[in-house]
Design a protein around this ligand. Structure first.
Ligand SMILES: Nc1nc2c(ncn2[C@@H]2O[C@H](COP(=O)(O)OP(=O)(O)OP(=O)(O)O)[C@@H](O)[C@H]2O)c(=O)[nH]1
Ligand SMILES: [Mg+2]
Length: 332
């Protein structure tokens, strides 16, 4: 089992890893989650402090995203990620020393399909150590023309195999299925339900494997559709003569700005699981006792409650597979 505490008692690290094919929106999603930290934490006794390099890079991405709506074509947003990147945060109670590190790992989608390139061993490592996996799914490719380009764009077979390799290691994991660029479908409740149905169908081989045997007991799965740009909507699919698809987007309304929607949801579910994992992990009797005496465990339990109380479970969102580490109850 993966120990949250290092072998020599060094700081605990909890890992969130992005998973998805080229250009589906992993980096954009990560940046927009970062932007939501303050909102999600609110008044909870919780602090997430970014390392300097982390805040500089992620803030740069947010600035780029604000320009997306000026250029209209969604694909003009961020440049593709060139190498594996790690973003570090320290998590603790407000105004107190940090309790553990939270590490987000992002990587170029091309590593998924080209195991021979340099750096893809880092990809395997990032997958194996992940406590939370965010599966980024390109929604237009999944939904349009009855999903004709889903395999081509999202590479679901490779994504599913990667997850199955990872969950063979015995540690609690949360798999977040995140359909992106889904503005068109999330605009109506019929569209949102249709999207949820389609994800269930397209990822059934994954869901049935996660739902069986020993993997069931240690794996949670949540469906969280996210609109990381928000103001840009999918309009039509064009097929080049080569058979290559081009997905066209346009501004919902002239003059509209970057307006992300539901990016907090992913963070809420992730933090709920991560803090509970830290709380229930064996950190040594003395440390655990001390944390309960000074009230830290109680504070963290309440922080989970605060963060989780606005988690959505309908209108396209669903807890596909529940897990004890998603529990959120007010502790006092
Ligand atoms: N409309 C819309 N566009 C999005 C959304 N998320 C991402 N995009 C656009 O999709 C493009 C690709 O996003 P990235 O975040 O760079 O994709 P990636 O998965 O990190 O790609 P690689 O690093 O190459 O693997 C960008 O131009 C974004 O502006 C979304 O939710 N809605
Ligand atoms: Mg990227």
């Amino acid at each position: 089992m993966k120990q949250v505490l290092g072998a020599r008692g060094e700081a605990a690290i909890i890992d969130v890893t992005m998973l998805g094919a080229v250009g589906v929106g992993k980096t954009t999603l990560l940046a927009s989650m970062y932007e939501q930290f303050g909102n999600v934490i609110g008044t909870a006794d919780l602090a997430l402090v970014a390392e300097r390099a982390t805040s500089v890079t992620l803030q740069g991405y947010i600035n780029d995203l604000h320009r997306v709506t000026d250029t209209v074509r969604a694909k003009d947003g961020l440049a593709g990620t060139g190498e594996v990147r790690e973003y570090l945060f320290q998590v603790g109670r407000k105004g107190r020393p940090p309790l553990f590190d939270l590490r987000f790992t992002d990587y170029p989608g091309k590593y998924l399909i080209s195991p021979e390139i340099d750096g893809s061993n880092m990809f395997d490592r990032a997958m194996n150590r992940a406590d939370v996996v965010v599966v980024a799914i390109d929604t237009p490719a999944l939904m349009e023309r009855d999903g004709r380009y889903h395999n081509f764009v999202n590479a679901p077979g490779i994504v599913i195999d990667t997850i199955m390799r990872m969950v063979s290691i015995d540690t609690p994991r949360l798999i977040l299925l995140a359909p992106l660029k889904c503005e068109k479908w999330m605009a109506t409740s019929d569209g949102a339900n249709e999207l949820a149905d389609r994800v269930h169908r397209a990822y059934r081989p994954l869901l049935s494997q996660l739902g069986g045997g020993a993997v069931r007991a240690r794996t949670a799965c949540v469906l969280t559709p996210v609109q990381t740009v928000g103001s840009v909507i999918f309009t039509r699919l064009e097929e080049e003569q080569t058979g290559h698809p081009i997905f066209h987007f346009r501004l919902k309304k002239a003059g509209l700005k970057y307006a992300p929607m539901d990016t907090d949801q992913l963070l809420r579910y992730a933090l709920r699981f991560i803090i509970n994992k830290y709380r229930t992990n064996d950190r040594g009797l003395v440390k655990t006792l001390w944390e309960s005496i000074i009230g830290t465990d109680l504070a963290l339990a309440n922080a989970v409650y605060e963060v989780a109380k606005d988690c959505r479970t309908s209108g396209g969102f669903a807890i596909v597979q529940d897990h004890p580490l998603l529990i959120s109850e007010r502790a006092s």
